[in-house]
Each structure stands twice: as structure tokens, then as C-alpha cells.
Design a protein around this ligand. Structure first.
Ligand code: FES
Length: 243
């Protein structure tokens, strides 16, 4: 049986894609995979933020378990046999990305993040040249009320990176998610325009961790918006060094 409880031993040995690897007790499968230079796609996970486990792109197969497991939210166990790449996983990952593309309005050719978007590069990597599901084409708003930043709900994939960085790193807790399912949306304070928020510090961390063109700076043209993520592992390191 697979549990998510860390073993008490210091170091573990497990097998990933047929290769014996070792990791620290308490490491997640995702950490073990990446520490051993293997690839595993992620969208909601980001080093320095708590685990959300929402996008399910990091799903892996574990021998002895019929279901798939999110590698970012599953601890390694001694002797575990993990498969990160298979036809089944590829099929599911492709389907997840296609559903994300169909759910809102991801029109890359007119997006400020065109060419610098994690969703777009993942779709390219997975060979997605068309979407098999009907586009929902929802009528969603763009929050232009902040004088330096913009939230375009059409591009949001609800990974909640912005919500977590705002609460866990900046400590402002301005952002949150309202609603459920396809009606879920990022909000500011008590669902008021971003520019009217009394808690937002305008730090811009949310913009930089956003994987798509949902959160951007104002005044950038198509393809000009690049994100700077380096601050997050740096801040995490400094906090660990100075608790
Ligand atoms: Fe693991 Fe999103 S990265 S569920």
C-alpha cells in the first residue's frame, strides 16, 4: 500500500524508470526525479511554495498501485518502483493540457506571454497541435484596475501559484480563489478590483510566478512579457539560513 508518510531512515533507495536512485527520507518523488536529472512536467508546483497538487501533470505510476500518483505530493518510500513516462501517462498529460486550453481563452498569437508561457511550452513538448475538446469560449473579464499589473482571467489556469506566493512569501494574503469548477476565479481581498485592494503591496511576486499570461505587467506588447523566477529559491534559501 502506498502512503504519504515519510520513512524514519535517513536515506532511501528506490527505482525510477528502471534506474536505482537514492534520496533523503521525506523527499517527494518529484524531488527524487529532478535530483536525478529526469524530466517530469509540472505547472502548479514551484520550488519555494507549498505543494498544491492541483494540476496533476506530475502524475506517475507506482508498481503495486492501480491509480496514478502526483509526484509533487507523494513521499518516496524504500524500494518503491516509479515510472514517470509511459503511453498511459503521456495520454493523460496530453488530455489535461488540452482541457486547460479548452476551458478558457488561450489565444497565444495575441498574448503578451507568447513564447514565454509554461502552458504553451508544455503543449509544444507534448506534441499538441490541436485540441480534441469543444472550446468553452467563456466571457471572462480582464482586471485592469491596478496601475502597474493586470489580471486576465482568460489566461488563468488556476494553478494558485499567485495565491501561495502572496500568502507564503509576501505575507499579504491579498489573493484567493472564489467559486468552484469552471466558475473558480482568482480574487483580491473580498472580491474587489485589484487596484482597490487595501492589502496588496504591489510587490509583483504574483506576476513573476504566474506560468501563463494571466498575470502580467501593464504596457507590454505581444510576446514581450517574461517572468523572473530566480527570487523564489533565493528567498527560500535565505529564510532557511535565517529562520
Ligand atoms: Fe504535481 Fe501540479 S505539479 S499536481
Amino acid at each position: 500500500m502506498i502512503t504519504q508518510v515519510a520513512s524514519s531512515v535517513e536515506s532511501l533507495t528506490l527505482r525510477i524508470n528502471g534506474k536505482d536512485v537514492s534520496c533523503r527520507a521525506g523527499d517527494t518523488i518529484l524531488q527524487a526525479v529532478r535530483d536525478n536529472d529526469m524530466e517530469l512536467p509540472t505547472l502548479c508546483w514551484l520550488e519555494g511554495l507549498t505543494v498544491w497538487g492541483g494540476c496533476r501533470l506530475c502524475m506517475v505510476e507506482i508498481a503495486g498501485s492501480p491509480k496514478l500518483h502526483a509526484a509533487c505530493a507523494t513521499a518516496c518510500q524504500e524500494g518503491m518502483e516509479v515510472q514517470t513516462d509511459s503511453d498511459r501517462l503521456h495520454r493523460y498529460r496530453r488530455m489535461i493540457v488540452e482541457l486547460l486550453l479548452a476551458e478558457r481563452n488561450h489565444i497565444c498569437s495575441v498574448c503578451v506571454s507568447n513564447g514565454h508561457c509554461e502552458l504553451q511550452s508544455l503543449a509544444q513538448k507534448l506534441g499538441i497541435d490541436h485540441v480534441r475538446f469543444a472550446y468553452r469560449n467563456p466571457q471572462l473579464e480582464v482586471d485592469n484596475s491596478h496601475d502597474r499589473m493586470r489580471l486576465d482571467h482568460n489566461r488563468c489556469i488556476l494553478c494558485t501559484r499567485c495565491v501561495r506566493v502572496c500568502a507564503e512569501v509576501e505575507g499579504a494574503r491579498t489573493k484567493d480563489v472564489k467559486g468552484r469548477g469552471v466558475l473558480a476565479a482568482i480574487i483580491h481581498d473580498l472580491d474587489q478590483p485589484w487596484g482597490e485592494s487595501e492589502t496588496c503591496t504591489s510587490c509583483g511576486k504574483c506576476v513573476n510566478v504566474c506560468p501563463t499570461g494571466a498575470l502580467t505587467h501593464r504596457g507590454v506588447a505581444v510576446g514581450e512579457m517574461t517572468k523572473k523566477l530566480a527570487f523564489l529559491p533565493y528567498l527560500t534559501l535565505m529564510r532557511e539560513a535565517n529562520p
